[in-house]
Write a protein that binds this ligand. Structure first.
Ligand code: PLP
Length: 395
């Protein structure tokens, strides 16, 4: 018997970034030496003191359900982190810990959106925003940006995207996939538009805040425009900063009523995040923060190499970015130069076949004609991969 999946399930597609990584792993298992530039996670190991805290938690029997919204210790560590690093103050009832920042965003959309509400999403976007919007029955409204504008939206574009049904704006800075970062004055300008639309909630996805090399402290829209405090949800987690993607701890902070609604949704789905991971995340947030700087410097060196190497390939235009571990070159020039390659998906397949390099097509992020390369891998792999790409495209 054929079982028909729900309309909800049919309206979305599997995560394309995970699909590319899975294909690369499959080819590797069949004996091919595939260089993976598709990964969305730091290549470093989780810090030793974090692992030790988790092992101790297991040995102490801290292996049962916790409070739905997270342990008091972790919530206190998160509140302290917000004060220390972000100059933002939250009470415990304004914080919800979830199973990764992805889950925090999912809870937000489920708690906020009704059918036909609109979510304003700047493109290139993180792949999950539009599909999570659709899962909540709402409509994504995409604002397209160009590499020549550093992939950032302007206040005019934001004004043009707002309608009577706008309910949520997503800001992800520094951005996956472009690495673009909104300066304080750019955030202030966007806040100026939002001031006329008090019904719009702002989601500030700060997950890459620590991978930033502007030389100035990370700034989100609440730092520049505190008047938005009552309608902004700040989203973050330990995955990218502390190389803890598999531990699945993310968190949201925002207005009491919205956080309470998100908590209710979580209570009827996953309950609490893993008890052991919560102890590990507490150790990460309260322990030595020195590694954040070291890791950031490593990513910056790789960024410099990758951007130069990409720009050396005929037809590729790569933008130096401010942070993250992704480069998002415009490859429309390469597509024009090669008869057999008609779009970015073809090009990604060509690179997998001919250069043995896995990258993600830009169309997965709402930006056809681009590719996303992750440099969360060693310099050795990067040098080899970029060399093989150049040979495959120019040879
Ligand atoms: N937000 C952005 C922009 C991301 O790139 C990711 C992960 O790739 C997430 C959120 C989710 O992170 P996690 O669920 O691992 O905490």
């Amino acid at each position: 018997m054929d079982i028909r999946p729900s309309h909800r399930a049919q309206a979305i597609k599997p995560s394309p970034t995970l699909a590319v990584s899975a294909k690369a792993a499959e080819l590797r298992a069949s004996g091919r030496n595939i260089l993976n530039l598709a990964a969305g996670e730091p290549d470093f190991d989780t810090p030793e003191h974090v692992k030790a805290a988790a092992i101790e938690a297991i040995n102490n029997g801290f292996t049962k359900y916790t409070a739905v919204d997270g342990t008091p210790e972790l919530k206190a560590a998160i509140a302290e982190k917000f004060t220390r690093e972000n100059r933002l103050d939250y009470e415990p009832q304004q914080i919800l810990v979830s199973c990764g920042c992805k889950h925090s965003i999912y809870n937000l959309m489920q708690a906020l959106l009704d059918p036909d509400d609109e979510v304003i999403i700047p493109a290139p976007y993180w792949v999950s925003y539009p599909d999570m919007t659709r899962l909540a029955g709402a409509q994504p409204v995409i604002i397209k940006t160009r590499i020549d504008d550093q992939f950032k939206i302007t206040p005019d574009q934001l004004r043009g995207a707002i309608s009577d049904r706008s309910r949520l704006l997503i800001i992800n800075s520094p951005s996956n996939p472009t690495g673009s970062y909104y300066s304080p004055s750019e955030l202030e300008a966007l806040a100026g538009i939002l001031a006329d639309h008090p019904e719009i909630v702002i989601a500030s996805d700060d997950i890459y805040e620590h991978i930033l090399w502007t030389g100035t402290p990370f700034t989100n829209i609440l730092n520049t425009s505190p008047a938005l405090y009552d309608r902004t949800v700040v989203l973050n987690g330990v995955s990218k900063a502390y190389a803890m993607t598999g531990w699945r701890i993310g968190y949201a902070a925002g207005p009491d009523a919205l956080i309470a609604a998100m908590k209710k949704i979580q209570s009827q789905s996953t309950s609490n995040p893993t008890s052991i991971s919560q102890v590990a995340a507490t150790a990460a947030l309260t322990g030595d923060q020195g590694l954040l700087k070291t890791q950031c410097e490593t990513f910056r060196q790789r960024h410099d190499f990758v951007v130069d190497a990409l720009n050396a390939i005929e037809g590729v235009k790569a933008m130096p970015s401010d942070g993250t571990f992704y480069s998002f070159p415009d490859v429309s020039g390469v597509i024009d130069l090669h008869d057999g390659i008609v779009n970015d998906v073809d090009l990604a397949e060509h690179l997998l076949d001919r250069a043995s390099v896995a990258v993600v097509p830009g169309s997965a992020f709402g930006a056809p004609g681009c590719l996303r390369l992750s440099y969360a891998t060693s310099m050795e792999v990067l040098e080899q991969a970029l060399g093989q790409m150049q040979a495959a495209l120019e040879g």
